[in-house]
Design a protein around this ligand. Sequence first.
Ligand code: MG
Length: 284
Amino acid sequence: PELFDSIRAHQEQGYRAIRVQTGVPTLKAIYGIAAQGADVGDATVRYDHEPARRGAKPVEEDWDTRAYLNHLPGVFEAVRNEFGPDLPLLHDGHHRMTPIQAARLGKDLEPYDLFWLEDCTPAENQEALRLVRQHTTTPLAIGEIFNTVWDFKDIIRDQLIDYVRGAVTHMGGISPLKKTLDYAAMYQIKSGMHGPTDISPVGMAAAMHLGLSIHNFGIQEYMKHGARTDQVFEQSFTWTDGYLHPGDKPGLGVELNVDEAGKYPYEQAYLPYNRLLDGTVHDW
Ligand SMILES: [Mg+2]
């Protein structure tokens, strides 16, 4: 019921496609799951770890791929039954699966018509996607940790993905990512640019402008920044009814308010790390 409530709350805010992440029975905490009862409009409480928890050390979490793979198809079946066939649903595997596990998940989720399955395997091994692709018609998206067009070259040319998840902030700027997306267009592969709060309002504005300039726009990930971030970064762009609008300021339309930024000194923060049940460290 809490998951349904969270999806409904996002729909009421205007989101037209929803990335569904859920807790897994027997596991205590999982990165990327909204805190229970969180106000989805406030970035400071939306995720337990978003921004990453502040402190001297990263937070340890637990992980069990078998429990996850057994649980997730039932979640999507329930969400489809509740929300019907039209709502675009996405899911992020956070690079946690082996190729054969990801292939199984893609297959198991086929009846629920995902918009995409994201980061199903560790992104460094692009060959893994070939095995996943051979086994499932669930669309695949990857690339939020890629840094150059060379990271995308083979998986675009061999049509192993459906969405480019690159971020302007990680790919060397607007031009390199635009070239990558133009290359992807030749293979009917679309944009699905990375858009969490940590790319900053500057990164979000750049992604939006780039999305407006290409012919193979697919979808834009979007998370609202918190009130403090909005004070530091004065933004021309707006988000209404699920659509970003650039506003009318020149350039990217984002101004850094240095005086405001000075009120928030640097705080050490980490992403969490996972341990399997036997104690082995695993992808978070
Ligand atoms: Mg991801």
